[in-house]
Design a protein around this ligand. Structure first.
Ligand SMILES: [Zn+2]
Ligand SMILES: [Zn+2]
Ligand SMILES: [Zn+2]
Length: 627
């Protein structure tokens, strides 16, 4: 099955109304902090308990009967698929019949039973889960023991349905609170690695209208049976019983590209900032299919190439090193090193050593060996290209670890000028990494527009960190008061139209599909200001000093040609005096670039998520634009 546009759809429009789930469940780790019925956070989280908790009487009365009659409390504690098992048990209460082929319930949802229950990864888990479900259902009815002869096929099919159709429900911080299964209007939307639609959740307590869902949005997509599926299953009472319980976390689908009438609408089931092989193995592992979307078919496109590109530096003795033979090995060795470093940080928590190790592998790389025909070995030094997907996630880690180091300095030392400056240095480098991450992901987004959500998120983070850098207390101690910035607050940029867009109107502006113009204006404008802040931001950080420009990556071409090249701005360590480094002019530039990044991130987020989503901090923008 697939879903197609019922009419022409512009970029950044809701294409479904808020859809209610058929069944859902919080993950174990959120059961003591969030409402089991609407998923909103509880005002007073309690101790972990087996019973579901609710935010309000309304949520309790709508959901507690289902939770208790589903017999989920009789599941063995902490089973590996516990949220899936709860979702499946709750779904069983409302499901109409299953077709004899076990392919589809007549609410139209595919079970994928034959594939999942024969896959080596899932078969045992599905079988054990189904037995646990059947035992719980049976003991609720007073029968204590599940008989060997009892069929668990129904439970297996429902569990497969949940594994195939459930989506992770995320809160505003991007945390996965739980899972939910939606009706075919969402579940029949197929995957693409270059999708034209995305989705968001609306999680709010009953009667809370503050999220202001646009109730006028209607369903603008229609189902269609793809050729290879017609006739496979004659049980065609699709959608007959497709109704849930009338509450729970809602999902809304939204276009992120222009969609023509009749064109298939797709969303992504995986992380799009991964190279092809990783997307494919992720999709195969979770859903047992091989993606043949446009982006996968065009492989290697520039974006997919960049996401796995390595830079190799042969020493003079290894001229015959056949790097292609060692590419996978080198990729794995480098990625393992980064994973190990991040895990070590998460368990031991030494931020300084984490930064040192990540920056050393980013700037120096690792050595791999080639055994020569004789006895000798030759060596090759390999490192990540700045757009490699592991490098991108290393920037994310470095940005947050430097932020942690900054607050550690303030917490652990007396607030002398020296510690203020030291903390500022850490915040400065953290901001530089978030700016590099935004610039690099933007470069990829310009060629693969489905990376919109990542770009929105990274620009917003870069904007936030630059603005807080411009307001850092260190400037006060130099005589540049935070209040000085109030002259900039009303600042309108003379070089681009980005900041003319007021909070009230930029949504419609974006809707007018003027995004490409806004993007190129924005990039030209920040590129113009970058030289005034970049060297300052990266001062003293060896890896970042090899990045000549965070927005305009033409220097990368040079990097590939000139193997000996190691750094463009070596003279940058030449800031000798504090007075030379910390000028009010520089701080105002940081502030201006910050406003640009934040505003642009908000515009992209509006396209992805709409005007009233949790992501769009319109309320905070008031701080920057005082009228
Ligand atoms: Zn609730
Ligand atoms: Zn694909
Ligand atoms: Zn501008």
């Amino acid at each position: 099955m697939e879903m197609r546009g019922e009419e022409n759809i512009e970029i950044g429009e809701d294409i479904t109304p808020p859809l209610l789930p058929l069944s859902f469940s919080l993950h174990d780790s959120f059961r003591s902090s969030h409402c089991s019925s609407c998923f909103s956070p509880l005002s007073s989280p309690s101790h972990p308990s087996h019973a579901p908790l609710y935010c309000s009487a309304a949520c309790s009365s709508s959901h507690s009967a289902i939770a208790s009659s589903s017999s989920e409390s009789l599941l063995p504690p902490s089973s590996p698929l516990s949220s899936e098992l709860r979702t499946a048990l709750r779904l069983l209460l409302s499901l109409p019949s299953l077709c004899p082929h076990l392919r589809r319930f007549n609410n139209g949802l595919l079970t994928n039973h034959h594939k999942l229950s024969s896959s080596p990864e899932f078969a045992t888990q599905i079988r054990q889960g189904a037995i646990a479900m059947a035992a719980a259902r049976k003991s609720r009815n007073g029968d204590c023991v599940l008989d060997q002869s009892d069929s668990v096929l129904l439970e297996e099919a429902v569990l497969c349905l949940v594994l195939t159709n459930a989506v992770e429900v995320q809160d505003e911080a991007g945390r996965s609170l739980g899972i939910a299964v939606y009706d075919p209007n969402f579940s029949w939307i197929n995957h693409s690695c270059s999708p034209n639609a995305g989705y968001r959740f609306s999680v709010s307590p009953p009667n809370d209208t503050s999220f202001g869902e646009d109730s006028s949005s209607t369903l603008r997509i229609v189902p269609s049976i793809s050729e290879d599926e017609s006739g496979v299953c004659s049980c065609s009472d699709y959608m007959e019983g497709a109704k849930g319980y009338g509450y729970g976390p809602k999902i809304i689908v939204r276009s992120i590209k222009r969609i023509k009438k009749g064109e298939e609408v797709c969303v992504s089931y995986t992380d799009l900032l991964q190279p092809k092989a990783m997307r494919q193995s992720d999709l195969w592992f979770k859903y047992q299919f091989t993606c043949s979307c446009r982006r996968c078919a065009m492989y290697p496109s520039y974006v997919d190439h960049a996401l796995e590109e390595l830079i190799s530096n042969p020493s003079s003795s290894s001229l015959h090193f056949d790097f292609d033979l060692y590419r996978d090995e080198a990729n794995k060795k480098l990625s393992d090193y980064v994973d190990k470093t991040i895990n070590e940080f998460l368990s031991v928590g030494d931020p300084e050593s984490c930064c040192m190790k990540l920056e050393s592998v980013l700037s120096l790389g690792l050595q791999i060996e080639q055994i020569e025909h004789g006895d000798g070995k030759s060596h090759l030094n390999v490192k990540f290209h700045p757009f490699h997907h592991v490098a991108l996630s290393a920037y994310t880690t470095l940005s947050s670890v430097y932020r942690i180091r900054s607050s550690d300095v303030l917490a652990l030392h007396s607030r002398t000028d020296e510690s203020l400056f030291k903390a500022f240095d850490m915040s400065r480098i953290s901001a530089a990494y978030s700016l590099l991450l935004a610039g690099a992901s933007h470069h990829l987004f310009c060629l693969e527009s489905s990376l919109l959500a990542s770009a929105a998120n990274f620009w917003k983070q870069a904007g936030d960190s630059l603005l807080s850098l411009a307001r850092n207390r260190v400037w006060n101690s130099l005589g540049f008061l935070v209040s000085d910035l109030s002259t900039v607050v009303k600042y309108k940029c003379s070089k681009c139209s980005l900041l003319d867009i007021s909070a009230a109107e930029f949504f419609s502006q974006a809707e007018r599909a003027n995004v490409e113009n806004i993007s190129s204006d924005f990039l030209a404008c920040v590129s113009n200001m970058a030289p005034m802040i970049w060297r300052f931001l990266i001062n003293g950080c060896h890896y970042l000093e090899t990045i000549e420009d965070p927005f305009d990556f033409q220097w990368l071409a040079l990097l590939n040609r000139d193997e000996e090249h190691d750094g463009f701005v070596n003279e940058s360590s030449s800031f000798e005096h504090r007075a030379e480094l910390y000028t009010n002019e520089r701080r105002i530039h940081i502030y201006k670039v910050g406003i640009h990044c934040l505003m642009y991130g908000v515009i992209l987020a509006q396209i992805c998520y709409g005007q009233n989503s949790h992501f769009t901090p319109i309320l905070n923008l008031g701080e920057y634009f005082v009228n």
